[in-house]
Design a protein around this ligand. Structure first.
Ligand SMILES: [Zn+2]
Length: 366
């Protein structure tokens, strides 16, 4: 990143221009930014639809750069997501925009940690970050009870660390294992689909999470019921999960958002299309996190909304519906869906990939 700022700005630095380093405030908008620097709104309208969406969803706290000459705007560089940034250049009276990649320092790390105190403490001490703990818990959450990790458990991991300005920005676990006297689990990131599989090409997680949120209770099941507001017998084509307003709602599977908005009765919703003819619906939401929009690809477990009480609703709850080839089905019936096992070409490719990986990284098999 330093390198790229330097390269982009170097012709100006010779003339002693000034760089302002700023933080994108919670309530700051791209529109306000354009106004502040007297940049014509036209440049926004000329962006591609994808970049338009990105500039409307710049994360709170994003560090961006303004290059000035005697207090006159010359250039801006604003990171849009983890990969791209927008560069706005003033040339005479004209403004030019470019989308340029963000350069990170990437390094591959290998660690072996023995849990002596507790997981997050021992991992933080070894890596200087909490990211590895979060990612490990996510990978093994279906297998391991992380509230009761026996002392002496050994965690091995190979991961890529991305940093900028010396700060760890993200990590990607390529391999992890967790071993003690009771169990030994291994997970390899399959570069072909971005999921984690074990040494037998079986996924660590099922296609669906058991539930899209942490809930207190289920207030209404799938089936016929007397509708509490309409006072009529109606088919209840989903499950109602009760919890506090604002509880994060997670997508139960990988997929693509096909609708985000308001549907009569359902209030604020998100609809996600998944593999094998499945669609999931999350209704009565209070709101959505930034970066949730139609057409966006979503990973299993990603937060897609917050529990609310919008639409026809008797109290804060999530209405969760699952459609299979156009028919609503009982979401509890997909709860224990089988894990994904790779077959055919995908399996061959994966097994040959991990064979190399195991050799290169000296990974001890079971
Ligand atoms: Zn419902």
């Amino acid at each position: 990143m330093r390198k790229i700022i330097f390269l982009l700005f170097i012709p100006f630095l010779l003339f002693a221009y000034k760089i302002d380093i700023k933080k994108w405030d919670r309530h700051y908008t791209f529109y306000q930014f354009l106004k502040d620097y007297k940049i014509p709104v036209k440049i926004y309208y000329n962006l591609t639809p994808t970049i338009k969406r990105e500039v409307r969803h710049i994360n709170n706290g994003t560090v961006f750069f303004i290059l000035k000459d005697n207090n006159n705007f010359k250039q801006a560089l604003i990171p849009l997501n983890s990969e791209q940034q927008i560069q706005i250049i003033k040339k005479g009276n004209k403004f030019i925009t470019k989308i340029v990649p963000i350069i990170y320092d990437t390094s591959t790390k290998k660690i072996s940690i023995t849990i002596n105190r507790y997981l997050s403490y021992d991992i933080y001490r070894a890596t200087g970050s909490n990211l590895l703990t979060h990612k490990l818990i996510n990978i093994f959450s279906d297998k391991v009870n992380f509230k009761a990790i026996p002392k002496g458990t050994v965690i091995n991991a190979v991961y890529e660390e991305k940093s900028r300005f010396g700060k760890i920005k993200d990590i990607k676990i390529l391999f992890a294992s967790i071993k003690n006297n009771y169990y030994h689990y291994m997970a390899f990131l399959n570069p072909n689909d971005g999921r984690y599989y074990d040494e037998h090409a079986k996924s660590l997680k099922g296609m669906f999470l058991p539930a899209p949120l942490r809930y207190k209770r289920i207030s209404s099941y799938f089936g016929m019921r007397f509708h509490p507001i309409l006072h009529k017998w109606r088919m209840h084509d989903g499950i109602d999960f009760v919890n506090r307003i604002g509880t994060p709602i997670h997508s139960v599977a990988d997929g693509k958002i096909i609708y985000k908005g308001w549907i009569r009765g359902y209030g604020r919703v998100v609809k996600i299309k998944h593999k094998n003819g499945y669609i999931t619906l999350y209704a009565h939401l209070h709101g959505w996190p930034r970066g949730i929009y139609n057409g966006k690809w979503i990973k299993q477990g990603q937060i897609i909304g917050y529990l609310g009480n919008s639409g026809l609703s008797t109290g804060p709850h999530l209405h969760f519906g699952v459609m299979h080839y156009g028919r609503w089905i009982n979401p509890l019936k997909i709860k224990n869906s089988a894990r994904i096992t790779l077959w055919g070409k995908a399996r061959k490719k994966y097994l040959s990939y991990i064979k190399n990986f195991i050799k290169e990284n000296n990974i001890a098999l079971k």
